[in-house]
Design a protein around this ligand. Structure first.
Ligand SMILES: [Zn+2]
Length: 509
């Protein structure tokens, strides 16, 4: 057969990519709350390429790791972003994924240390855009520093996040010495003041006679309505700041393609406080639909609808609250990290004698004190083995891995074994990795959490929408790591350096 004489012209490159990530948004929120969506999420579901089985392949499902994967395609083993915080062997202290004592915060309280993408070892889509065309504008925005810095990358013009102490949007001198005028103008409005003392009523409440979810009195409720980020108004402030960035940076109207990454953080704070089955989670999800609609409209107004490419996902899901699960005859347990580390510590003392054995950490990632091991002239892998056996003997622990096992690739070759390998970075990762049974949580009541390789944590929305995209429902199993190579293909730039994903060619026009 003769080839067609005139193939369809390739779709033009977008002028603006909006990469949205909702912090803690399980895939099933698209289904369970669908009847409430009528704005941004509804548009994406109706007009986008919707993946129904998108997952993260790594084991430790937390904010920094999901956000670093989203625009790089790289797992923690390659990106170096192994957790939100870890024990840094080089400087002997806890560090966060973006803490950088060599930088200063800009726009908030003067003199305090800032944050940067220095610990991210790989490139992002924004970096590849910038390397291909320095005129590209790349901006990251979120309430959380890690959620604005890690997706936007090393060469971003700036990442902006919210500083609770000054109630200002800030950046760091890694990016620039001063806030741009448009950002300072947002801070000058002191929007947060209008939310103090305000009650959060259901989105469809006719008036304020009913029961609110909570009332914002700073400092009284630790995680729910106690701070602006744990309310729907946190997300509103993110959206408003993103609109200000679109205008202030004139995004979508430069020579090449601009990139704006926006992470909605409040969903995570609310979900932690009440768990995924609480009506407040449905409410904030529907409010997020409205905000995404507003953001897309603003972006399209600036760049033209045909010039905007949207991608949406989440950094992780969340487990059901154990109490809710037990009431419906499902498994569910609350575990004590204190009991776990106590048992490990006791067994090390019994076997090897007294000493400081453990460094600060978390149940999923336990760091041994290498000084004690050296002083006692012990074999590190033997100490790991004793610690792992003690962890394994605790109730509701599914698997325990040691650094020695992971470094040697000596793990059970199933999905969880592979997920652990993808999460293991020899320079930065811990010595003992503890995975609880499905539906068990190291979290105090009444809240919930995430962090495991189980589906309720790994299964997230993934939607692309734009002129380059074939709309439809795609049921194949894909990874969030496929986003970065797919964007690289559409934008005609190099694939980010640590990507393990593939181009989702099935959705390309
Ligand atoms: Zn979280």
């Amino acid at each position: 057969m003769e080839p067609a004489l005139s193939a369809a012209p390739p779709a033009r490159k977008p002028k603006l990519v909006i990469a949205i990530i909702v912090d803690q948004f399980r895939y099933d929120y698209l289904l369970r709350f669908r009847d409430g969506y009528n704005a941004g999420l509804a548009r994406l579901l109706d007009n986008g390429a919707v993946f129904t089985d998108a997952h993260y392949p790594h084991a430790h499902l937390v904010t920094a790791v999901g956000h670093s994967t989203y625009m790089s395609g790289a797992p923690p083993s390659i990106s170096g972003i192994v957790a939100n915080e870890w024990w840094d062997r080089e400087t002997n202290q806890s560090v966060t994924s973006v803490s950088d004592p060599q930088t200063k915060s800009v726009g908030g309280i003067p003199g305090i240390a800032g944050s940067s993408p220095k610990r991210l070892l790989v490139s992002t889509i924004g970096d590849e855009l910038k390397m291909a065309d320095p005129a590209a504008h790349v901006i990251g925005i979120s309430i959380k520093d890690r959620a604005s810095i890690l997706p936007s990358g090393h060469m971003a013009d700036a990442a902006y996040w919210y500083d609770n102490d000054s109630n200002n949007w800030v950046t760091s001198d890694y990016y620039r010495a001063q806030l741009p005028e448009w950002a300072a103008a947002v801070n000058a409005k002191k929007t947060y003041r209008q939310f103090l003392g305000k009650s959060w009523f259901p989105f469809d409440a006719k008036d304020e006679s009913g029961q609110p979810f909570c009332t914002m009195v700073a400092g009284t409720e630790a995680r729910f309505c106690g701070n602006i980020e744990a309310t729907p108004w946190g997300n509103e402030m993110i959206e408003a700041f993103a609109e200000a960035a679109l205008a202030g940076e004139d995004l979508g109207r430069h020579r090449g393609t601009d990139l704006l990454t926006v992470s909605f953080s409040s969903n995570d704070y609310v979900g932690h406080a009440v768990g995924p089955d609480d009506p407040a989670v449905r409410d904030i999800s529907i409010r997020t639909d409205r905000l995404i609609g507003k953001l897309l409209a603003a972006a399209e107004q600036r760049a033209g609808q045909e010039n905007v490419l949207v991608v949406l996902s989440a950094d992780h899901g969340v487990a059901p609250s154990p109490e809710v699960n037990k009431a419906r005859k499902m498994p569910g347990e609350r575990l004590s990290d204190f009991a776990l580390t106590g048992a490990i510590n006791d067994s090390l003392i019994r076997k090897f004698g007294p000493g400081k054995w453990l460094m600060p950490g978390q149940p999923a990632m336990i760091y041994l004190n290498l000084e004690t091991i050296a002083q006692k002239k012990l074999d590190r892998s033997e100490v790991e083995r004793v610690a792992a056996d003690a962890a394994r003997a605790q109730p509701h622990i599914a698997r325990v891995y040691t650094r020695h096992d992971l470094a040697a690739g000596a793990v059970q070759q199933d999905a969880i074994g592979r997920a652990m390998m993808l999460g293991f970075n020899p320079e930065r990762s811990a010595d003992i990795f503890v995975l609880q049974e499905p539906y068990a949580l190291f979290e105090a009541a009444p809240g919930s959490s995430h962090g495991t390789p189980y589906d309720y944590d790994t299964h997230v929305p993934l939607i692309f929408m734009g002129a380059q995209i074939k709309a439809g429902t795609y049921s194949q199993h894909v990874w969030v790591n496929d986003v970065a190579p797919t964007l690289a293909q559409i934008l005609g730039v190099e694939t980010p350096s640590g990507s393990i994903g593939r181009v989702l060619a099935e959705i390309l026009q």
